[in-house]
Design a protein around this ligand. Structure first.
Ligand SMILES: Cc1cc2nc3c(=O)[nH]c(=O)nc-3n(C[C@H](O)[C@H](O)[C@H](O)COP(=O)(O)OP(=O)(O)OC[C@H]3O[C@@H](n4cnc5c(N)ncnc54)[C@H](O)[C@@H]3O)c2cc1C
Length: 308
């Protein structure tokens, strides 16, 4: 399968943009903020919360990073005006992390302060392992400076994650737990499917035991079942956790969680850089190309894809 996934990624640049657009339509809300808001409104009406992500491309100048921070200003204003149930997610490379720690810190603070002004919340996405230390450091600095409306992401495939949970526990962090999407070397990341799953469950137990608010970001049936079991304990209430999924992925599964009374948040990316963003993501993780190809085929050939 890995060979097939890589082959799909190799031919992608030759696929016309209009075709890529049609495929990625399900995963990306559109190019404009109003597209994202339309999607969030529909999700809210279906009982789902959202997190809006402004897609940035490779940032090469500080003013580009500042422009992304300022775009979040519009996002919060619109969320407020339209009374949407949505927070935001940010990528620190989009806010200038690779240009300088202080540049990024300033931009992140702009977003976090603006969020606080409207009682909203900022989730810092976790990127590849070259960003992990700086991301955790920035998160810690913001929390220690009194910003409580900010959360972090931990990746179950990283061998360090259980230690990170122990180190962060005194802050009672609000954590999104995901498997991790980047291709990382064996020395720092579990490679096997089952190993990652097992570490996800260990991490989830650690977070619950530490009294953290957890966002369980997964479409994996086994992990969702494990999560449901963990949060069904007598001391967990419905507001101490949520499930999270990507826009356009396994919608029926998400609907089932909502029907069962769980809170579900959908990740809603939008932006003009959708093409470069999609290509980069696919190149970073060819497995995604396999999912999308499988899913697209499943739609074309009824019965081929039994998953919902
Ligand atoms: C809300 C949210 C936020 C995330 N934030 C981050 C982050 O900050 N950093 C990070 O490294 N990773 C992030 N991820 C990605 C995550 O790490 C995984 O790579 C991704 O969710 C797939 O893992 P899975 O747990 O769904 O399990 P998998 O076993 O990979 O997937 C289970 C099933 O879900 C379906 N599926 C999963 N992903 C897709 C897809 N993209 N397209 C189509 N079908 C799919 C497939 O049917 C698959 O069999 C996030 C994921 C979610 C849901």
């Amino acid at each position: 399968m890995a060979i097939l996934d890589r082959a799909i990624v190799r031919v992608l640049p030759a696929v016309p943009r209009t075709v890529v657009r049609r495929i990625s339509d399900r995963y990306i809300a559109g190019t404009e903020l109003q597209d994202a808001c339309r999607v969030v409104k529909r999700l809210n009406e279906a009982g789902k919360m959202a997190t809006i992500d402004v897609l940035g491309e490779e940032i090469t100048r500080p003013d580009e990073a500042r422009a992304i921070a300022c775009e979040y200003e519009d996002v919060f204003r619109t969320i407020e005006r339209q009374r949407l149930d949505s927070n935001v997610s940010v990528k620190l490379t989009g806010l200038g992390l690779k240009l300088g720690y202080e540049i990024c810190r300033e931009n992140l603070e702009i977003v976090v302060r603006r969020a606080a002004a409207s009682g909203n919340f900022v989730r810092i996405d976790m990127e590849d392992s070259s960003c992990t230390d700086d991301t955790l450091r920035l998160y810690r600095e913001l929390r220690e400076a009194g910003h409580d409306n900010v959360g972090i992401v931990l990746q179950a495939y990283l061998r360090r994650t259980l230690d990170d949970i122990v180190a962060l526990a005194p802050l009672r962090p609000n954590v999104r737990l995901c498997k991790g999407i980047y291709v990382e070397p064996e020395e720092i990341a579990y490679q096997g499917f089952e190993e990652v799953r097992e570490n996800y469950v260990r991490a989830l137990r650690g977070l619950v035991a530490a009294g953290c608010y957890v966002g369980m970001a997964t479409h994996d049936d086994a992990l969702i079942a494990a999560g449901r079991q963990l949060v069904s304990g007598p001391r967990r209430d419905r507001n101490s956790y949520e499930f999270q999924m990507l826009l356009g992925v396994r919608e029926q599964l998400g609907n089932g969680l909502v029907r069962a009374g769980h809170r579900l948040r959908i990740y809603v990316p939008y932006g003009r850089h959708w093409y470069a963003y999609s290509m980069r993501r696919l190149q970073e993780n060819p497995k995604i190309a396999g999912y999308i190809a499988g899913d697209t085929l499943g739609r074309l050939i009824p019965g081929r894809n039994g998953r919902s």
